[in-house]
Write a protein that binds this ligand. Structure first.
Ligand code: GAR
Length: 195
């Protein structure tokens, strides 16, 4: 759909965070490009002090913190916020809380996540440390759909990086984040084109 000035109307997305928000920053940066098919309409954090919330405020993006629990009442509040803001896709970006199954079912097929490993390998936490301990030659990151099982939904995009002999969890985190920032905005556009 196009606006009266001929510009394409961008799809609205929500980004869920828990911390630093470097992926949020790259998602916002890409959204300002002409080729981006999305706009970040809403940022939700499960942590009040998440650094990423400050970024959302600075960029004048609607934001709030909500303590996600299995409580249906709280989940309904979030679902209503998504509806009210016409959110087409929810993107988890460093969101370190398992979403209630009721939420996943209610927004089925429209929640994606980025994970710092080559899934299905290294689901869960401390991926870089485990990759080093297992003397892997490669690691990477994966954008995938969210289902009720941890880090297990259908893979959308995956990208590899080589691990060098002198790498450590910190240096791997740096390398992997660099590619996360590239592939997440691409994955968002790819998924939106199918919804
Ligand atoms: C990223 O590396 C992301 O892949 C990871 O948390 C980091 C968040 O960084 N997510 C997970 O581990 C989810 N299981 P950011 O806050 O700077 O985007």
């Amino acid at each position: 759909m196009k606006k009266s000035d001929g510009k394409k109307i961008k799809d609205k997305i929500a980004v869920f965070i828990s911390g630093r928000g470097s992926n949020l920053r790259s998602i916002i940066k890409y959204s300002n490009k002409k080729k981006s098919s999305y706009k970040v309409e809403l940022v939700i954090s499960n942590k009040k002090n998440a650094k990423g919330l400050l970024l959302a405020k600075k960029k004048a993006i609607k934001n709030c913190s909500i303590d996600f629990t299995e409580s249906k009442k709280l989940t309904d509040i979030v679902l209503n916020l998504l509806k009210k803001n016409h959110i087409k896709l929810v993107c988890l970006a460093g969101f370190m809380k398992i979403l209630p199954v009721y939420f996943i079912k209610s927004f089925k097929g429209k929640i994606i996540n980025i994970h710092p490993s080559l899934l299905p390998k290294y689901k869960g936490l401390n991926t870089h440390k485990r990759v080093i301990n297992n003397s892997e030659k490669f690691t990477g990151c994966t954008v995938h759909f969210v289902n009720k099982f941890l880090d297990s939904g259908k893979i959308i995009i995956q990208k590899k990086v080589r691990i060098k002999k002198d790498d450590n969890p910190k240096s791997i985190e740096k390398k992997v984040l660099k590619i996360e920032h590239k592939i997440y905005p691409q994955a968002i556009c790819e998924v939106l084109s199918t919804l």
